[in-house]
Design a protein. Structure first.
Lengths: 172, 118
């Protein structure tokens, strides 16, 4: 009888552990799937302009990088306090679409390519990319706060971007 | 780019994005998110250099460079992390880290290219 009791007492912890682990695995699988789908969409959004305007790969790459950086600034602010699942939004939009749209290797490759003809052009391209992408991320976050403020809802204006990210990280 | 080529490039981009996410999840707890992002980006640059030197075929080039490396590496993630870092350490230091990451990217590209030439 005593053994049975011990057995019963052990069971709940076993049962309690398994669904939680399953949930984590399922969530990770769903996130990877969303990132993969988003990655394909983002890549398409980058490759179609690259194919449509051949010979202007450097400018196209810079444009998609700036656009993606602007969008992620907006997204980071927009997700703060929203009811959308952070896991889904982060995997599909940030990790997938925007991650697939923007490219670091492409920017570095274009800078190297430009510098073969003119070293100064390569350096200029590198600095143009760095400055405009960082500025775009900041502008995106500001833009969301400013437009929400103008709406009268006021949401997001006073909140710092860092607080938004910490909220995202807490969910991991 | 034909339809089938476009599909191949996008599939490679999808794979690259998945690898980036996986590496971020595994390395993100040890490195910071910024560290993981830079690591993945440098890996993508190395691979891009390698592919450029090997120059298999026009199609494989695009699948590897535009597709896989493009999906693997990210500028939006880097920009967000740098803009968050700027709030802690200031815009100047954050910008300096970006410049170092970019320079490291050029070195990784060159290293990959040299390896491909051997």
């Amino acid at each position: 009888m005593g053994d049975m009791h011990g057995g019963w007492r052990r069971t709940p912890t076993k049962c309690g552990g398994t669904p939680a682990a399953l949930y984590r695995v399922g969530l990770a699988a769903a996130e990877v799937l969303l990132v993969a789908v988003g990655g394909a969409v983002g890549t398409l959004m980058r490759v179609v302009p690259l194919g449509l305007v051949p010979g202007h790969a450097a400018l196209t790459t810079l444009s998609v990088n700036v656009a993606g950086s602007l969008a992620i600034g907006v997204l980071a602010k927009a997700l703060h306090g929203s009811r959308v699942s952070k896991h889904i939004a982060r995997a599909l939009l940030a990790g997938g679409i925007l991650g697939g749209l923007t490219t670091f290797s492409g920017a570095v490759l274009e800078a190297a390519d430009l510098s073969r003809a003119d070293a100064l052009a390569g350096v200029g391209y590198a600095f143009a990319t760095m400055l405009s992408c960082l500025a775009a991320a900041e502008a995106g976050a500001w833009l969301w706060g400013a437009t929400r403020g103008a709406d009268g809802s006021g949401a997001g204006r006073s909140e710092d971007l860092l607080a938004c990210r910490e909220e995202l990280e807490e969910e991991v | 780019l034909s339809g089938i080529e476009l599909a191949l490039v996008c599939a490679a981009g999808s794979l690259g994005a998945g690898v980036r996410f996986g590496v971020g999840r595994i390395a993100g707890s040890r490195l910071s998110v910024l560290g993981a992002t830079i690591t993945v980006n440098l890996g993508g640059c190395f691979l891009a250099g390698l592919v450029t030197a090997l120059a298999p075929s026009e199609l494989l080039n695009r699948v590897a460079l535009w597709g896989f490396c493009g999906g693997l590496t990210t500028y939006s993630g880097l920009a967000l992390e740098l803009s968050l870092l700027a709030r802690r350490v200031g815009l100047l230091r954050s910008g300096l880290i970006q410049a170092l990451a970019f320079a490291a990217g050029l070195i990784a590209l060159g290293a990959g290219w040299l390896l491909g030439r051997i």
